[in-house]
Unconditional design. Structure first.
Length: 254
């Protein structure tokens, strides 16, 4: 299994085909036959990476040992790629969620009593765009990007006319390997500067997290270490719902 992860981590957005073997062809055909292709703007680099990793392993590709530092980097890359690939079967689909945790209680909370829907709208090469609809407010889009060292989460906030909100493009990069099912994004310096400039000092310790169990549940989380702030929204991935309107400031999809 460790050898397989190391191979998967070495595969980038473009790969060269391994030498075909009877076993490798069987694996490739099995994977190809099991992938659904809903109509959505998408490419599938993470699934490709995992498929070719399996082919190389099954075909008896030569493996070489790597230093301990390389192993940590390989583990981080593998976890990031597997996390992105976990969204594959949900591309183009929307799911309803509910607030699982929201402390401390805020009587003016914008999410209370609203219908919450996530839409895995765009699965691009190295990037996911997931609008988060809160009732009739279509201002929020989560953008997850594959970086050289892991993953980056940004919050794209727009007004109804498409212009950017004052508080937008905040988020952070992963600072640890995480796993195929959970990734954490500590606040970055850009966001800290933005929050201080715009009077949101409480947010300078934000840590966002996302969890996914394909076919079961997706969770968006915000916490502030050292405080009692915890916000979690859980989405039911077992039952797709109607596609919500186009998020503000984003183009229509064909």
């Amino acid at each position: 299994m460790n050898a397989l992860f190391a191979v998967a981590a070495a595969v980038t957005h473009s790969v060269t085909a391994p030498v075909a073997t009877p076993v490798a062809n069987t694996v490739a055909n099995s994977v190809a036959n099991s992938v659904a292709t809903p109509a959505v703007k998408r490419v599938r680099p993470w699934l490709t990476a995992i498929t070719f990793a399996a082919l190389s392993a099954c075909g008896g590709a030569e493996q070489s040992s790597s230093p301990a530092s390389g192993s940590a980097a390989d583990a981080s890359a593998a976890a990031a790629d597997q996390f992105m690939a976990a969204f594959e079967q949900h591309c183009g689909l929307s799911y309803e969620g509910s607030i699982a945790t929201n402390t401390p209680v805020n009587p003016d909370d914008a999410f209370a009593g609203q219908t919450l829907v996530m839409h895995v709208r765009e699965c691009l090469d190295g990037e996911l765009r997931i609008p988060f609809h809160v009732g009739d407010d279509h201002s929020r889009t989560w953008i997850i990007t594959r970086t050289d060292t892991g993953l980056r989460l940004k919050h794209d906030h727009r007004h109804e006319d498409g212009s950017e909100d004052i508080l937008t493009q905040y988020g952070g990069d992963t600072s640890s390997a995480g796993s195929a099912s959970r990734q954490e994004f500590p606040v970055d310096q850009f966001s800290i500067d933005l929050f201080l400039r715009e009077g949101s000092a409480a947010s300078v310790t934000n840590v966002w997290a996302m969890e996914i169990e394909p076919g079961r549940q997706f969770v968006y989380e915000l916490s502030r270490p050292g405080s009692d702030r915890m916000f979690r929204v859980a989405f039911d991935l077992t039952t797709p719902v109607a596609t919500p309107p186009t998020p503000w400031g984003h183009p229509e999809l064909n």
